[in-house]
Write a protein of this length. Structure first.
Length: 278
């Protein structure tokens, strides 16, 4: 029964942190280590439960997604204006998804192994927290998604690819890039969510396929993992709604300070032996 409790807690942690720029993979890794000392829930577990939170994104942005796909498909066969902003956004999401696919495949062994060291996680929490703070402060806040060009789409994608390192944060990386490029907070957040759908769903399905042949990779088992996925979906819907309302009027300062504080606490826990790095 303890595995089910751990899974439920990790599902809640995943939902509360996936959409905020504080790194869900870092939090799942840290809480997992605290509840299962010496037994990292694993990169596969993280990839699979992220399908739950991305399903929440699909539900929340369902109308946007249907519009983008519909117009993109029609434009592809010459039945819709190819300069339509929604058509361009569809292409930009495709282009922006390429970097994380390439990096994920090339560095899979590191992602599942060395990069999951909590020393690296603590460092990334602090370093990228400060960078996000600088980006949010320096951003001109004048561009929307309709202003995005191909180069910016690729830069968004490269920033998202950094999230393979626990502690960076998928939303944090893309929002950071967006703010540096002058996009307003709501636009950067919205594109971050849309861009994550192909990457996270693909990663999750790949994790499922890999785990089917490697039962030892499932630390908690399929039942608890599915429970965590369902919880992350249901709670994720609430968090998306709250976060998009929050960024309309607030800065990311609270998340920056939280990341730095968590990184420092993590250093202390590692240094005193309370947590194991790997």
């Amino acid at each position: 029964m303890y595995d089910w409790l751990v899974a439920a807690v990790l599902g809640i942690v995943q939902a509360l942190t996936e959409f905020l720029p504080i790194s869900s993979s870092a939090h799942v890794r840290i809480v997992g280590e605290l509840m299962l000392p010496g037994s990292d829930p694993g990169a596969f577990f993280t990839a699979i439960i992220q399908i739950g939170t991305e399903a929440a994104v699909v539900v929340y942005f369902w109308r946007d997604i249907v519009t983008i796909i519909s117009k993109w498909c029609k434009a592809l066969v010459g039945k819709h204006d190819r300069q339509d902003p929604e058509v361009r956004l569809g292409w930009l999401i495709i282009v922006g998804s390429i970097p994380i696919v390439i990096i994920g495949l090339l560095f899979q062994d590191y992602i599942e192994g060395a990069l999951r060291s909590l020393w690296i996680t603590a460092t990334m929490l602090i370093v990228f927290g400060l960078i996000i703070g600088i980006a949010d402060w320096a951003g001109k806040r004048e561009r929307t998604l309709e202003d995005m060009n191909w180069g910016q789409g690729i830069l968004f994608g490269l920033a998202q690819a950094l999230a393979v390192i626990p502690g960076v944060s998928r939303s944090g990386g893309t929002i950071m890039a967006g703010r540096f490029m002058g996009f307003d907070r709501p636009s950067a957040a919205r594109y971050s969510f849309l861009l994550a759908i192909p990457a996270v769903v693909g990663s999750g399905l790949y994790g499922v396929a890999q785990t089917l042949g490697r039962s030892e990779a499932m630390v908690l088992g399929w039942g608890p993992t599915m429970l965590a996925t369902v919880i992350s979906f249901a709670l994720g819907l609430v968090v998306i709604h709250w976060f998009l309302k929050y960024v309309e009027t607030k800065s990311f300062a609270i998340f920056v300070w939280y990341r730095v504080a968590l990184g420092i606490v993590l250093y202390i826990l590692l240094g005193t032996g309370v947590l194991a790095a790997i």
